[in-house]
Design a protein around this ligand. Structure first.
Ligand code: BG6
Length: 467
């Protein structure tokens, strides 16, 4: 038996726009996540109902308790608390999260709250072009303070922004679709910088306002192998991690961009506008932990410049290639899920070791999981042995990383139950609990624990996994 520390936080995760539904109920404003999901409403499920946690939260929390969860990582919708992002506070939104938090605590489940998970208030995108403006920093800071004041007596663990480092790569999430290509990288660099600043303020405020509060960033981790032992490919793999994740961790932990990133921003003439007071604010923010989201690894080779592709030119979004730096390639040694994520538990161990060596901060896994199109079998159940195999291998990797010396204090896989995929509707499922709906037919939204639910229940009960 691979046993974990007796205080290890076994949990599971979700986010507001993917689980709650009730997208405009009780005063909630529209978010960028709603707006973008509605653009695809004809092809797949959108945020309107999602898993309808908003109306089922009591029963859903009972199931969490039954599974044995010690912690639930979820996000607050900024648009429930402040519908237009920087105006009136919506008491009904505060009441909803108070109910959720109190219900969790009554069931001995620790709430672990993300303040912002891809769902910027649409009104801020319209009013200021969102994160392009410094006003958005002030709006976010105020929102975070409202949350600390309302919930900080009971919520002690906070994550500021979920996967800023991934979100910034996706134009739709940043509401950048209409930005002309020639300006896109400059706008992106400015938005990214403003989010770092907002995060720094929110971390410092958490320490000041929440008694015993702990706060940190959640990153979408990348772990990249070189496709060959050519030195340029090894460097390309390193730079892929640096450009997609490590530059952000450097900013969160040390309050400044690393040299390779400054060099890139300057040479591209896209270095963001800053103010003299920023430096101190960025450096004053000290994360207590790093929350790691891990799904897959990548492989990369060096990508030269040529006549058509100039230095620093970027192609693609989430896994973009960058001329003069890196190009993503498939890894022939790994199997991929049906949705294309390369499955790699060893990469998980590697990435945890890597972050710990660099930042020496405790870590918690806030996302890790297998997205599949689960189908009910004739007995009305979901026999998801494939998910059990995936999770078992990844929990083993966590165990190994802990033996290596990594300070890992919890594991919250994605997702607690089936919820809306971030961009692929309701067919792609990650949950321990099946939610009986399809993209277009809501049925009764019945909750059916999968085989993985009962398996995870035993893992938590035994505080570990059988060899
Ligand atoms: C993470 C996000 O990047 O990946 C989640 O934080 C998302 O919101 C998860 O759901 C899985 O991605 P997807 O697109 O399969 O839902």
């Amino acid at each position: 038996m691979k046993k974990f520390n007796k205080d290890f936080w076994w949990g599971a995760s979700s986010s507001a726009f993917q689980i709650e539904g009730a997208w405009d109920e009780a005063g909630k404003g529209e978010s960028v996540a709603d707006y973008n999901s509605f653009k695809h409403s004809g092809q797949q499920a959108d945020t309107k109902v999602a898993s309808d946690f908003y109306h089922h939260y009591r029963d859903d929390i009972k199931l969490m308790k039954q599974m044995g969860m010690k912690v639930y990582r979820f996000s607050i919708a900024w648009t429930r608390i402040i519908p237009d992002g920087d105006g009136e506070i919506n008491q009904a939104g505060i009441d909803f999260y108070n109910n959720v938090i109190n219900e969790l605590l009554a069931n001995d489940i620790q709430p672990f709250v993300t303040l912002y998970h891809f769902d910027l208030p649409l009104a801020l995108a319209k009013k200021y072009n969102g994160w392009a403006s410094r006003d958005c920093v002030a709006a976010f800071r105020r929102y975070a303070q409202v949350c600390y004041r309302a919930f900080g007596d009971r919520v002690k663990y906070w994550q500021v922004i979920n996967e800023q480092n991934l979100m910034i790569r996706v134009n739709e999430r940043m509401n950048m679709d209409d930005v002309p290509a020639a300006e896109a990288e400059k706008v992106r660099a400015q938005m990214d910088y403003h989010m770092f600043l907002a995060c720094a303020y929110a971390m410092a405020d958490c320490h000041e306002m929440v008694d015993h509060g702990k706060v940190g960033p959640a990153v979408s981790s990348t772990m990249t192998y070189p496709v060959s032992d050519r030195p340029q490919d090894v460097w390309a793999a390193r730079m892929n991690d640096n450009f997609k994740t490590n530059y952000a961790l450097e900013m969160y932990c040390f309050g400044k961009y690393p040299g390779y990133y400054v060099d890139y921003l300057q040479k591209m003439q896209i270095y963001p506008e800053t103010q003299s007071s920023d430096e101190a604010a960025l450096r004053a923010a000290k994360p207590d932990f790093i929350a790691v989201n891990y799904y897959r690894t990548l492989a990369a080779e060096y990508l030269p410049v040529d006549e058509q592709h100039v230095w620093g030119q970027r192609q693609g979004d989430v896994d973009f290639n960058l001329n003069g730096y890196f190009k993503i390639q498939p890894n022939e040694h790994l199997q991929a899920t049906e949705y294309g994520a390369q499955i790699d538990p060893t990469g998980f161990r590697l990435v945890l070791n890597d972050y710990y060596e660099k930042y020496r901060l405790p870590m918690i896994i806030t996302e890790n999981g297998l997205g599949t199109a689960d189908e009910l079998t004739s007995d009305g159940q979901i026999h998801d042995q494939y998910r059990i195999d995936y999770l078992k291998a990844h929990i083993e990797a966590c165990y190994d990383a802990i033996q290596d010396g990594v300070e890992l204090f919890g594991y919250c896989p994605w997702s607690v139950m089936d919820i809306l995929s971030s961009h692929q509707g309701f067919k792609k499922r990650y949950g321990f609990i099946y939610v009986d709906r399809t993209d277009f037919d809501l049925k009764e939204l019945r909750r059916i624990p999968k085989d993985s639910f009962y398996w995870y229940q035993q893992v938590i009960k035994n505080n570990g996994i059988a060899d």
